[in-house]
Ligand binder design. Structure first.
Ligand code: SF4
Ligand code: SF4
Length: 85
C-alpha cells in the first residue's frame, strides 16, 4: 500500500474540535492499548486536538483515511502528493 505519497489535509477553520477523529484513529488506539501509563498529552499520536482544533502528525499517521470518513463536518481530506517520477 502506498502510504508515503499521501497526506491528511485539515481545514482548520471548519474543524469543530469534536475529537471523533482522535478516538477512532487506529494508530492512536494502538498507542493507547500498548501503554499502561498512556498520557494523551505526551503520547505520539497520529491526530490530536489542540485548542479546539485537530492536528495530524504526518510522520505518525498511516494515511488510512478513517478520520477523513468519520469527520462530521468534512474538515479532513486525504490527498495524493505528486511524486517526481
Ligand atoms: S477534524 Fe473533524 S472529527 Fe476531527 S475534531 Fe475536527 S471536526 Fe471533529
Ligand atoms: S488517516 Fe492518519 S490520523 Fe487519520 S485515522 Fe488514519 S492514521 Fe489516524
Amino acid at each position: 500500500m502506498a502510504k508515503k505519497n499521501k497526506r491528511v489535509e485539515q481545514a482548520e477553520e471548519i474543524c469543530i474540535g469534536c475529537g471523533i477523529c482522535v478516538s477512532i484513529c487506529p494508530v492512536n488506539n494502538k498507542v493507547e492499548k500498548k501503554n499502561d501509563d498512556f498520557n494523551p498529552d505526551t503520547a505520539k499520536l497520529a491526530i490530536k486536538v489542540y485548542s479546539g482544533k485537530a492536528f495530524v502528525d504526518q510522520d505518525t499517521c498511516i494515511k488510512c483515511g478513517s478520520c477523513v470518513k468519520i469527520c462530521p463536518v468534512d474538515s479532513l481530506s486525504l490527498i495524493e502528493i505528486p511524486t517526481e517520477n
